[in-house]
Design a protein around this ligand. Structure first.
Ligand SMILES: NC(=O)c1ccc[n+]([C@@H]2O[C@H](COP(=O)([O-])OP(=O)(O)OC[C@H]3O[C@@H](n4cnc5c(N)ncnc54)[C@H](OP(=O)(O)O)[C@@H]3O)[C@@H](O)[C@H]2O)c1
Length: 236
């Protein structure tokens, strides 16, 4: 049995991943900030015959991460998906920078996935699959030149945070290679979620099914890879 832990599992891409993993027979640990309000996740759990557990996790709060570790004990986690993320502040362009908001984006998108991975390292390493995944973004690429007419212009903090996420995960992919941990960085596409907006190109279900395929394909030889949900490589 595969056990998958997903952060930010209460809505958007995280919820779609939880639904599809459960449908495929996996056990899911769905983490979210406010379980009491996570109605869709609670519905999924109620219909899962005990295969979806919901645990509280604010990824920016170190005691919350420690609580998660205590709740899990030594339980093996086959696939740890760092999905929770924020777009960051309104002001993150050449016209103005919200410095505090920038730091929050870094904390949620870049630092937290590393802290969660470190806290659950033993759970990951005890598992059969040992896959550490981060939902990144093509906006984390520092070599793609985005036209100034795209929303990339207003996303300096977000872009920096995803580039920092990629860097942290790449570091873990080499430092934990000897323990058999396999790391994957994936862009979920432009997805119809609260973050992506209603005009985005794909549904959360399309994104999740592509991501699950990419995660299944990860091997030690591809560890540290940065791919689109549809399998295309993304330039660093
Ligand atoms: N949508 C897109 O087009 C797109 C494109 C590229 C990359 N991504 C990435 O894909 C991932 C999922 O995005 P999405 O579109 O599903 O976004 P979303 O609908 O806005 O959902 C974001 C999720 O992250 C959670 N979250 C935010 N801050 C958190 C914190 N401090 N602790 C725990 N959970 C927290 C949210 O929980 P609450 O409900 O408690 O706020 C929510 O579950 C993100 O990493 C995002 O950067 C999305």
């Amino acid at each position: 049995m595969t056990t998958v832990l997903i952060t930010g599992a209460n809505r958007g891409v995280g919820l779609a991943l939880a639904r599809q993993y459960v449908a495929s027979g996996a056990d899911v640990i769905g983490c979210c900030r406010e379980p009491a309000k996570a109605d869709a996740l609670k519905d999924l759990s109620a219909g899962s015959g005990g295969r979806v557990r919901i645990l509280p996790l604010d990824v920016t709060d170190e005691p919350s991460i420690a609580f998660l570790k205590t709740a899990l004990g030594n339980e093996p986690i086959d696939i740890l998906i760092n999905n929770a993320g924020v777009l960051g502040p309104k002001d993150q362009s050449p016209d103005g920078i919200d410095a505090e908001g920038w730091m929050t984006a870094l904390r949620v998108n870049a630092l937290a996935p590393v802290l969660v991975a470190l806290a659950l390292a033993d759970n990951l390493k005890r598992s059969r699959e040992k896959k550490l995944v981060a939902i990144s973004s093509d906006y984390g690429s520092i070599s793609i030149v985005w036209p100034s007419t795209t929303s990339a212009r207003n996303r300096y903090a977000y872009r920096a945070s995803k580039a920092a996420l990629n860097s942290g995960m790449r570091a873990l992919s080499s430092d934990w290679a000897a323990d058999g941990v396999i790391v994957g960085l994936f862009n979920p596409g432009w997805v119809q979620t609260d973050m992506g907006g209603p005009t985005a190109r794909i549904t959360p279900e399309q994104s999740a099914s592509g991501l699950i395929r990419r995660i299944a394909e990860l091997t030690p030889a591809t560890s540290g890879i940065f791919l689109d949900y549809d399998g295309k490589p993304i330039a660093w």
